[in-house]
Design a protein around this ligand. Structure first.
Ligand code: HEM
Length: 252
């Protein structure tokens, strides 16, 4: 039993908290594995890969503003990338595998870090003041779940075409325009909310990654905060531009 956190041991909540056992030696042994720093490095490195994809994907999406043929050429170029060294679409498949591994590694590291933090403190605080850090961590968890659900919907919509009204692989421009047509405002709204969730997730994630990998000075902290905010705003703006341009008729 653990007596340090309840100042009212007779209270029913305290009794419940106090009877929670400390981790057993077996649980402690299971808790071994990569160090906390190792898990944070996996988290940061996979996060950086995902951010690089987000930047490249956003720049590619902005080709919509150059017209149907420029966007179509870009989609074709993606399929030919690596040619003649690699067969057609090989690059796309390599990217898919790397992204999947990065998402898996990111979720594994996040879960391992959360479980380790919980094991380090098996008895919750009897009274915990709301802390900025814990608020951000909660938002990160739910933000992550929303992003995964969005990506599944998005792939069924714009990659496989199952949820798209046009779904013409030969005409990706028409597929995107049909997706965000004014009559489908709810799709644009869903994309908008998901992109904002990605923005919040990125802001905290990029800041944390820079803190893990970079300088631990207060100047370093200020710079990390500013960079994370600027990158998130830029990415959100770039991603929102396409659906809103179609919704408002700028792209048609
Ligand atoms: C909101 C604006 C967005 C638009 C207009 C858009 C557009 C597209 C299009 C047209 C494709 C199909 C590409 C192709 O097969 O040639 C695609 C695929 C994809 N998008 Fe997006 N996207 C957006 C946002 C996002 C976001 C925010 C993410 C990540 C969180 C994302 C992740 C992906 C992934 C993983 C694929 C599959 C790539 C593949 O087939 O390998 N997209 N997107």
């Amino acid at each position: 039993m653990h007596w340090t956190t309840c100042d009212r041991p007779g209270h029913s909540l305290c009794v419940a908290l106090l009877t929670r056992a400390r981790p057993t030696p077996a649980q402690n042994a299971r808790a071994k594995g990569p160090s906390t720093v190792g898990q944070k490095v996996v988290m940061a490195a996979t996060g950086i890969l995902l951010v690089l994809f987000l930047v490249a994907h956003m720049l590619g999406n902005l080709k919509v503003f150059a017209g149907a043929s420029a966007f179509g050429e870009y989609a074709q170029w993606l399929r030919r990338l690596g040619d003649p060294v690699l067969p057609q679409t090989a690059y796309l498949w390599i990217q898919r595998v790397v992204l999947l591994l990065a998402v898996g590694g990111h979720i594994w590291a996040a879960t391992a870090l959360t479980l380790r933090a919980r094991r380090a403190r098996p008895v919750r605080y009897a009274h915990r003041r709301p802390v900025r850090g814990s608020y951000a961590a909660r938002t990160m968890r739910w933000g992550g779940v929303i992003i995964v659900l969005f990506v599944i919907y998005h792939i069924l919509d714009l990659t496989t075409g199952h949820l798209n009204p046009v779904a013409d692989p030969a005409n990706p421009y028409a597929t995107v325009v049909a997706d965000f047509a004014p009559g489908r405002w709810y799709v644009t709204l869903f994309y908008g909310l998901a992109v904002v969730a990605i923005g919040f997730h990125l802001r905290h994630g990029v800041y944390s990654a820079l803190r893990t990998l970079g300088q631990q000075t207060s100047r370093g902290e200020r710079r990390a905060r500013a960079f994370a905010l600027a990158l998130s705003v830029l990415l959100c703006g770039g991603y929102l531009a396409v659906p809103f341009a179609v919704l408002t008729g700028v792209v048609r």
